[in-house]
Structures are given as C-alpha cells and as structure tokens.
Design a binder for this molecule. Structure first.
Ligand code: NAD
Length: 491
C-alpha cells in the first residue's frame, strides 16, 4: 500500500520523520490506508510556504473574481469525483454512504456560495464629524490561516473553513483529524487540479499535540480556525495568545430538542430520531437532550423507542444502511462508559445500551441506539457531551420549565422546538441561549446561515456572510478632501 503524502509548498511529501500512520475502517477494524504522519517541522515548513505565498506570491492581492473562479472549479471537481470521495469518507468514518454523498454536494454548494458573495459589494461608507473627510471601510485577508478540524464530518468541516478562508484571499495550512485524513488528501489533489498556486494551500497530517499545536502557537500564523472538543479549544486559546492571533472555535454541545404537546406528533418523533441518531449521534449539534412536555411524555417515549429500534445499522457502504459504527475503538469505549455511568446514576435504559456483537458486526465499533429515561438535570449523562448514539429524555411542565432545563448546561450550540403555536415557538426560542435554532425541524445546515455557539460551545461563526467576515480584517480609510496643514503647533 503506497503511503499517502502531504502537500507542502506545492510538493507532495512524506513526513520529515518518515513516520506513517495506519488508517482504520471502523466497520471492521481493518487497515484501509497508510498516511504520512506529519511533525511540528512539517507544520513549520507549511506555515513558511503559506507566508511566502501570501506576502511574496501575490495571492493576498488577487482579484475576488479570480478567487471565485477557483472556488467554482474546485466545486466542479468535487462533484465530478463524488463517488470516489464519498466512498473514501464512508470507509474512513463508518457513516452511511448517502450521508457522505450529501456532504460532498453540500460542500460544493458552500464553495459556490462563497464564490458568489465574495464578489458582492462589502464595507461601509460613513460620515464623520469633519465634513471634509470621507470614511470608508474595506475588508482585507488576514494572512496565514491555520485550519484544524475534527473527525465527524471530515469533508464538510474542511470546506466550511477552506472556502471562506480562500475566498477572502488568505493562504492556508489545513490539518485534518489524524484518524480521518483520507478525504482531505483527495480534496487537496482536486484543489491542485483546480489551479491553486503553490504554497497557497498546504495539507499537513498528524497529531494535534504537535502539528495542531504548531499551527495554534506559531507567530507566523495570523488566525486559527478550529473545530473540535472543548478541552482542545481551551488549549488553542492559550497557544494562540502568544501573538494574539484571531481564533474561531466550533466546540461541542448538549443541545435541547423541545417537544410541546401541541406539536405535530409524528414530525416531532421523526426529528427526535433524526436530530439525535444521524451520523451515529456524532454531531456537535445533535439533539442529545429531548425535552418532552409531561402530558405526552409516555406516548412520545414509546414512539421514539419503536423508531430507534427500527434504524438499519450496518456497514455504511451497504444498501439501505442509515447508521454505521462509531469512529474508533477508543471512542466506542468512551460512549459505552457513559452508558455505564448513566445506569449507575439511576437513569433507566429504555432501549439499546450495548455494543452490537452479532455475526458480521463483532469486528466493528457498533453501538445500539440508546435512550435514557428517568433522568435528573444534574446527571453526567445530561450535562456532558457523549458524542455517540445516546439520547437522554427530560420531562417538563410548561414554557418556563422548558426554558430552564434547555439552558441548564455549560453548552449553547443548538436547540430545536416543536409546537403548532408560532408565538410560543418564538417566545421560547428567544430565551434559549444557543447560536443555532430550529422551529419544527432539527438539524439542517444552510450555507447562508451563520453556524456557531453561545457559552462554552465556541467563539465566532462559520458559514454565511459572518463566516467570510471572520476570515478578514476591517480597515478604515479616511480621505481628506480639503488638503492643508492643521496648524496645530504653529498657528
Ligand atoms: P479534538 O478536540 O480531540 O480534536 C479536534 C482536532 O484538534 C483534531 O484535528 C486534533 O488532532 C486537533 N488537536 C488535538 N489537540 C490539539 C492541540 N493541543 N492543539 C491543536 N490541535 C489539537 O476533537 P474530536 O474528538 O476530533 O472531535 C469531537 C469534538 O468536535 C466534539 O466535541 C464535537 O462537538 C466537536 N465538533 C464541533 C463542531 C461545531 O461545529 N461546533 C462540529 C464538529 C465537531
């Protein structure tokens, strides 16, 4: 098996240490590829290449039209290669093939969205206290951007950062999760084919503690955009403080999905399942706490359990499969440990709660969809992000208690509400401290809509115009139309 290489300064290279890493298929534990395991040295080289491309290569001064055209070419390449990339993604992450395909098409849309808005008017003109001076603002690229992402949506998370960063005129060093780099290697091959100049795009694989830390710490990186866990997010904030670089943090969640008794029942059950078990529950915005109004609690629980037990679980490449394995053996053990904690805390397992070891599944990391009832707000399974197919139900009485429970964690990423009363929906959602909210739906991501969290779920926004703004600096330019000395010192 040939070793998959990294892209640094326009060259496909092995690690400076010659080290490699085997990449595992979570559906059966087999080795599917071997990749270069980058080092801090490799990250340093990539940062220098990106710096040179920005300051000396002229990329920072390219026209928005040229950058938009490259984004569109890259989007075309992605779609033309959807079968290969989606298959790689499913082999590497275990997710259902249909989800991987969706991620590719969605990513192509996001590239085209940024290609569109980057050529639109931006900035402000403003009047000043001095009528002779005209003020305007312009947005400029920040410089070298370090982009670091998690393993749950390797294609999408990459594009959410790469598209606005390049649209704005920055150069990039991208680090995928060390366990899911395969789709990134293919995407960088396609970006090269689309015509990105040497040094503008760099791919360095490898561990967070070395490669990731170098991107966060380096004084030659001007901004770091990160998606991952809260503990890593805190480390990145600290490392980034050395040169006061800009940061965007997309962190975890424990998001409430609030079901009122007057909701359309079947829709609320359907989105309870979809909001939680899509991508094996390995979704930052998963509706992992379902808050149900007391008068329909028993009926809702029964329907949710029935739906969860019907989910077709298996190898993501197999026809009709809707839920695959979790990402790794370590992660499976972490999720199983949370199930054990939940039982010890006194919650009741209404369904699931175990690793699937049936014939054909035993080498993979499959966990049955799990629903906990009889929960209390202070339980760890209610407060902490499990990041697997485990949902907790909470019972509430009326709007006030729904809001209180919804806000009762340190997270504030997403929230959903199901009701047939629009006034109630808006009243409740405005009181919920979360950055992404849905009414009578749960989970969709829109290229136009800003994505990000309140509280400890993060800093900054991705997607939409906010996502582009977060990869730019704002400059004020004040033009004096009445040229002459101030005579401040010499009247
Ligand atoms: P993680 O924090 O362990 O790793 C994320 C990335 O950070 C990886 O590339 C890793 O190598 C790197 N990293 C690790 N230590 C580092 C360090 N010291 N310095 C720099 N980089 C470092 O997270 P994970 O387990 O890969 O992903 C799961 C988490 O991601 C969950 O908490 C989930 O909610 C979150 N997530 C958030 C969003 C969002 O949009 N808010 C989206 C997807 C995932």
């Amino acid at each position: 098996m040939s070793v998959k290489k990294m892209l640094i300064d326009g060259e496909w290279v092995l690690s400076s240490s010659q080290e490699t890493r085997d990449i595992i298929n979570p559906a059966d534990g087999s080795v599917i590829a071997t990749v270069a395991e980058g080092t801090s040295e490799d990250a340093k080289k990539a940062i220098q290449a990106a710096k040179k491309a920005f300051y000396e290569g002229g990329w920072g001064e390219t026209s928005a039209y040229d950058r938009a055209s490259l984004l569109r070419s890259f989007a075309d390449e992605l779609e033309a290669n959807v079968d290969e990339i989606a298959k790689l993604e499913t082999l590497n992450t275990g997710k259902a093939l249909i989800e991987s395909e969706y991620d590719v098409y969605d990513s192509a849309n996001i590239l085209r969205y940024y290609a569109g808005i980057v050529t639109q008017p931006s900035g402000q003109t403003y009047t000043l206290n001095d009528p002779a001076v005209q003020g305007i603002t312009v947005r400029e690229p920040i410089g070298v951007c370090g982009l670091i992402v998690a393993w749950n949506f390797p294609i999408s998370l990459a594009i959410w950062k790469i598209a606005p960063a390049l649209a704005a005129g920055n150069t990039i060093v991208f680090k995928p999760s060390e366990i899911t780099p395969l789709s990134a290697v293919k995407m960088f091959e396609l970006m090269e084919k689309a015509g990105y100049p040497k040094g503008v795009i760099n791919l360095v694989m490898g561990p967070g503690a070395t490669v990731g830390n170098e991107l966060a710490e380096s004084h030659d990186v001007d901004k770091v955009a990160f998606t991952g866990g809260i503990v890593t997010g805190r480390k990145i904030m600290q490392a980034a403080s050395g040169n006061v670089k800009g940061i965007t943090l997309e962190l975890g969640g424990k998001s409430p999905n609030i079901i009122f008794a007057d909701a359309d029942f079947d829709t609320a059950v359907d989105y309870g399942l979809y909001g939680m078990f899509y991508n094996q529950g390995e979704v930052c915005s998963a509706g992992s706490r379902i808050l149900v109004e007391d008068t329909i609690y028993d009926k809702y629980l029964e329907a949710l359990v029935e739906g969860a037990m019907k989910i077709k679980i298996g190898n993501g490449l197999d026809e009709g499969v809707k839920m695959g394995p979790v990402i790794s053996k370590d992660h499976m053990n972490k999720v199983l440990n949370y199930i054990k904690i939940g039982k010890e805390e006194g919650a009741t397992v209404a369904c699931g709660g175990y690793r699937i070891m049936d014939s054909g599944y035993e080498k993979g990391f499959f966990i049955a969809p799990t629903i906990f009832t009889d929960t209390k707000p202070d339980m760890r399974i209610v407060q902490e992000e499990i990041f697997g197919p485990v949902v907790v139900l909470q019972k509430f009485h009326g709007e006030e208690e729904a809001v209180k429970l919804a806000n009762d964690t340190t997270y504030g990423l997403a929230a959903g509400i199901f009701t047939s009363d629009n006034g109630k929906a808006l009243r409740v959602i405005k009181k919920v401290r979360a950055g992404i909210t849905w009414v009578n739906t749960y989970g969709p991501v829109y290229p136009e809509a800003p994505w990000g969290g309140y509280k400890q779920s993060g800093i900054g926004r991705e997607l939409g115009t906010y996502g582009l703004d977060d990869f730019t600096e704002v400059k004020q330019i004040n033009i004096n139309t009445n040229v002459g000395p101030t005579q401040w010192f010499h009247e």
